[in-house]
Each structure stands twice: as C-alpha cells, then as structure tokens.
Design a protein around this ligand. Structure first.
Ligand code: ADP
Length: 639
C-alpha cells in the first residue's frame, strides 16, 4: 500500500499561509466549519438513500460525533454521511474548486483581506480553517454504499504538501482528526466544545453528539457516586426556519446565514415567514450585505436550499427565484412537494411556480420597505446589488414597474451624492413633458458637463444619469407609468413644442451653408442638422433613435464583439455666433478654404465632446495652433 505525496495548488497554499499566520480572532469557528461539512455530507447521503438503499449500510441513524482524546491531543469530528473516494478527496481538499480563482488569489494578496481574514470566508474556505488550531490534520473517509472498497487516508501538516493512501475503513463517512497545537488544547475541554457547538451549530438538523462523563448513583452501593460515560446530544436540532419568529434571536439568524452562505459578514436583512393556502411552505431568506465575488460568473449558484418536510433535497434550487434576485440566500421548506422530487420535475412544477411567485413578491416588498424606512441600509444594498436587480426590468415583464420603483439614479436635479427614483422624476416633470430623459456615461462629473444637457438645463428639465454600461440596453423599450424613456444623445430633441420663428429663420438663413457642411463631412456623418438641444456649445454628435448607445458599443467591443461603426448625426447650434461668422464668409466666397477648415474643426470638436478622439489629432492640433496665431496677430494689430 503506497503513500502518495502531493502538492497543494497555489491558491490553497496561499490560503493556508494566511490562515495559519493571521491573527484571526475567532479561531473556534473551525468547529462550525467541520460540523457544517459533516452535516452536508449526511444530508447528501440521506437524500441519495431515498432512491438507493445501499447507501444506508443498515445505519440510517444519521449523526455527527465529536470525540476527544486528551492523551493523544486530538479532536475528531466524524460523520456517517456520503464519504469521499481518493479522487474526490484530492479534488476537495487539494484545490479550491471555483472558476474565480484569479479573483481569489487577488483577494488573498489584498491588504483588506490580510487585515480582515474573515473576509476570506466568502470564498468557502471552511475545512482549511482547522489549520488555525491544528498542526496536523488526518482525514479518513469511505464513500457510503461501497463497503467492499478501500477508503482513503489524507494527511497534511499544512506546509504545502499532503499525502494520500488507501486504507480500510469499516464504517461509511468521514473522520476528521485534528492534532491540536500546543496552545489550542482547550478545544479538548467538554465545556468548551459544548459552548462552541451551541453557539454556532445549534440549528444543525442532525444530532451532534459527544461522549461525556457523568456522575451517577451507584447501583451497587447505595449513596455512592460512580462515573459513567454517556453520549450526549449537544445541539437542539431545531430547524430554525420552522420556529416562530419570536423564538429566534438575531445571533441565531446570523449564524444560520453563515452556515448556508459561507459569508462571514452578517446579512443586511432577514425575511422569515410561513405561507399557507394554495401552497404551504416556510421560508427563511437573507439579503446579504456584501456581493459575493462571483455574482456575475457562471459558476455562481442561484437559489435557496430546498427542503421537503425537513429533508434537504437540494443545495441551490434555481427554480425558486428569478435570476435578478440571485443575491438572495436562504431556505425554503415545502410541505407539498414529494420527497423524491427530481430536477426535471421541479422545472415544470406548479407548486414550485407558486413558491417562486410568492418569494419574488416578498423580496421585492421587503426591498421597497427598506428603501422607504431604512434608506442608508438600502443604499448599501443597492450599491452592491443594484446592477443585478436591474436585470429584472428586461427579464420580468410583469414586475418591471415594481422593480423600477427600487432603482436609484444620479440626476441633474439630485443633490450631491444623492439619488433620484423614477417616481421622483415623474413628480417633478413639466406639465406637457411626455418623456423621461436620461444621459449615459461612465463618470458622473463628465456626464454632468456634457453638451447634451444644455437645453435641458436651460428649460429646467431633469435628466437622469445612467452609469452602468448595460443601462441603455436594459431600458430600451421601457415605459414608466406611460412615460417613455429617451436618451438625450439619440434622435431628435425638440423641447419647444412649436418651432419658433427663430429656428425657422435660422433654417432659411443657414440652409445653403448646412448643405456645404454636409457635403464636406459626407464620409463621416450621416446628416447635419440644426440642434434643439444645444445652447452654449457650437455642435455635438448624436445617434439615431434606434442606434446603439456609445456605452453599449464600448462594452461590446471590450467583450471582443465586432461592432459595425455607425455614422452619427452632427447637430449644429444656430444661435452660436460661429455660424453667423461662417455664413458671412460663405456669402462672400462659397469656395473659401476657411469654410472647409472650420467644418473639419467643428467635427473634431464634436468628437472630443462625445469622449472620442479627433479624426486626425495631429491635423487638429495644427489647425488650432494656426487659429491661435491668427487671433494673436489680430489682437497685436489692434493694440
Ligand atoms: P466548502 O464546504 O465550502 O465546499 P471546504 O473546504 O470546507 O469547502 O470543503 C471542501 C469540500 O470537501 C466540500 O465541498 C466537500 O466536497 C468535501 N468535504 C469536506 N468535508 C467533508 C465531509 N465530512 N464529508 C464529505 N465531504 C467533505
């Protein structure tokens, strides 16, 4: 029987270094993590045994055993759950198996995590936390239902390598043996173990048992006491979600949250209720306060834990929650579903659909209440998850308006650092205003200075600022309370209902000049027209109504997609003195080279204002310098 020596993957090694050398203040959580793993292993075995009784091996007495050996200095956590094969143990305890490994490594290096090792909890580092108290860990495991096969022994001192070897193991499940460090022997005390289990793992639904010594009346000699060993269950095993709200403390809610979410930061909000009527179920849901690093990744697992009559069926049931609420964690326990429910059944199940509708409504209501009553908390939530929530506008047609009411935006009318809602906007609208105006961009201060907002400022019309790249896409076609959304940089903007004489005159006066400009720029823009949105700037570029937003274009390009370059429309401000001046030149000499030069400069300016580069930066700089010289010579001549 050979012993294989293997190396931990880099990320595990770095994690171990951080764990062992950090001054993590609550080392005792290692016990919670091991009990949690054992409980998961028992859940899986119990679930599989519903369809395969071999798994039971005649022992359906599910439990987790904590045993201590003071002489050897070891603490052992055993379970009679699903167990692991050699390959499984190498994968489970030799790597960190998630696709965000890059982010994980970055987090390990970051100062924030080094100062607060708790933060690492969100990556699911459970097992390794035991190296905070043990200088050697031995794991012995054998898969349930494979009595005739060998088990595996895994061992490591946390120094970068571990060994595995085949070993005989009589019983199914896993023993994790911690060889406690010199300074950590207190975890061999009955009292200490009892209190740590009570504190962190009371709700675990399988018994956590320990052999304890008790004094008892002797049956031989009356009046004399003898010591006997007895198995004691340390946890109350009450399914916390089935309890009445009034019976659960905040700490219990928080501990349970950490158990199911692997997030060491407490939740922002707890939603706990029982539904009766068309569907009977209990739900204990949490809105986290911090976004998990992988919420935008494919490997992020959506959905609460599903129980049927207290039996865990699935870790993450994605049919119970819409993806735009995927940040919600928790437990749903249904009385109506069959115990042997499969994934296929869940997908088309009416009961599941009812629960999903109910949960969605409840979560959205809770968020609305937070927005109303606990604004600061809501703001924290929104900054973490607003982008996820917003997806609902696009994907959940029936609840778009409800979701829209939860969204916050900077705006030309918001005070510094404050936000506005669609409702605020509607309330502040001009009497005859039919549309909700928005501007897109990446930096708020830049957008606020953009020329696209000039006429709106002038007319005191509010413009919401959308800073997420996906916003333009999400809000396409969206109407809030019958008011369409309209981008200030797309299509025609006409804030004056009737075209005033001024514009008519300008059209007459500059018509020919406009034709010339159009002809000069025919390869660059698709049209040149008089603007209804400019008051100070001379010109700007706008997109056609149905065209893609420049933010979206950037995003798609960054994702490596081929985005065809679309020509924009150049809008000209007829009130700007530049046009009167250009027109005078035009009337004197239609072919003046100055007109050509100015037209190109105008276009370059418009590109700059849009956040793009001039077409030919060198030529642009040269032309500006030339103008400066001419201007300086003129001023000097006037002196
Ligand atoms: P997590 O529990 O967050 O996945 P851990 O590092 O605690 O992370 O555990 C890694 C993996 O090891 C688990 O996902 C599980 O597959 C396996 N594992 C740990 N403990 C046990 C156990 N007692 N029985 C079976 N598998 C286990």
């Amino acid at each position: 029987m050979s012993v294989e020596k293997l190396k931990f993957k880099t990320e595990v090694k770095q994690l171990l270094d951080l764990m062992i050398h950090s001054l993590y203040s609550h080392k005792e959580v290692f016990l919670r993590e091991l009990i949690s793993n054992a409980s998961d292993a028992v859940d899986r075995a119990r679930y599989e045994s519903l369809t395969n009784s071999d798994i039971l091996e005649n022992d359906g007495n599910w439990k987790i055993t904590v045993s201590k050996d003071k002489n050897a200095g070891t603490l052992t956590i055993s379970d009679n759950g699903i167990g692991m094969t050699k390959d499984e143990i190498i994968k489970a305890l030799g790597t960190i198996a998630h696709s965000g490994t890059k982010e994980f490594l970055a987090a390990l290096q970051s100062k924030e995590v080094k100062d607060n090792p708790e933060l690492i909890g969100q990556f699911g580092v459970g097992f390794y936390s035991s190296f905070m108290v043990a200088d050697k860990i031995t794991v012995i495991s054998r898969p349930a239902g494979q009595k005739d096969k060998m088990g595996v022994k895994w061992e490591s001192t946390g120094d970068g390598t571990y060994t595995v070897e085949d070993i005989y193991k009589e019983t199914k499940g896993t023993d994790v043996i911690l060889h406690l460090m010199e300074g950590e022997k207190k975890y061999l005390d009955e009292w200490e173990i009892r209190s740590v289990v009570k504190k962190y793992s009371d709700f675990i639904e399988h018994p956590v048992v320990m052999e304890v010594e008790k004094e008892q009346e002797s049956t031989l000699k009356k009046g004399e006491k003898v010591k006997v060993k007895e198995e004691e269950t340390l946890n109350s095993m009450k399914a916390i979600w089935l309890k009445d709200k009034s019976e659960v403390t905040k700490e219990e809610y928080n501990e349970f949250y950490k158990h199911i979410s692997h997030d060491f930061t407490g939740p922002a909000k707890v939603i706990h209720y029982k539904a009766e009527g068309t569907s009977e179920f209990s739900a204990l849901l949490y809105i986290p306060s911090k976004a998990p690093f992988n919420i935008f990744y494919k490997d992020y697992e959506i959905g609460p834990v599903l129980y049927v009559k207290r039996v865990q069926i699935m870790d993450h049931c994605e049919d119970l929650i819409p993806p735009y609420l995927r940040f919600v964690r928790g437990v749903v326990d249904s009385s109506d579903l069959p115990l042997n429910v499969s994934r296929e059944i869940l997908q088309n199940n009416r009961q599941v659909e009812i629960i999903k509708t109910n949960i969605t409504k409840k979560v959205l209501e809770t968020l609305a209440d937070m927005n109303k009553d606990e604004y600061d908390g809501y703001l924290t939530f929104y900054k973490e998850f607003g982008r996820v929530l917003k997806e609902g506008i696009h994907f959940d047609f029936t609840r778009r308006e409800t979701i829209a009411d939860l969204l916050l935006f900077p705006s030309t009318k918001a005070e510094d650092g404050k936000f506005r809602t669609f409702q605020d906007y509607i309330e502040g609208m001009k009497e005859d205003q039919q549309e909700i105006y928005y501007a897109t961009g990446t930096a708020l201060d830049e957008v606020l200075k953009s020329p696209y907002l000039e006429a709106f400022r002038d007319k005191d019309i509010e413009v919401l600022i959308f800073l997420d790249e996906i916003d333009d896409f999400i809000f396409t076609g969206f109407e809030y309370k019958g008011k369409k959304l309209k981008s200030v940089s797309k299509g025609d903007i006409n804030l004056d209902k009737t075209e005033g004489d001024e514009k008519k005159n300008a059209r007459k006066k500059y018509g020919k000049l406009l034709d010339l400009v159009k002809d000069t720029l025919k390869d660059d823009v698709k049209d040149v027209r008089l603007s209804g949105r400019l008051t100070d700037s001379a010109c700007c570029l706008v997109a056609d109504e149905g065209d893609m937003d420049p933010q979206m274009e950037k995003l798609l390009k960054a994702m490596g997609q081929d985005v065809p370059q679309r020509k924009r429309i150049l809008e000209i401000n007829p009130a700007h003195p530049l046009f009167a001046a250009m027109n005078t030149i035009f009337e004197k000499d239609k072919r003046s080279p100055v007109l050509d030069e100015y037209t190109k400069l105008l276009y370059d300016q418009a590109l700059l204002l849009e956040g793009s580069k001039p077409k030919d930066p060198a030529a642009f700089a040269k032309a500006v310098a030339k103008l400066m010289v001419e201007n300086a010579e003129k001023s000097n001549a006037n002196v």
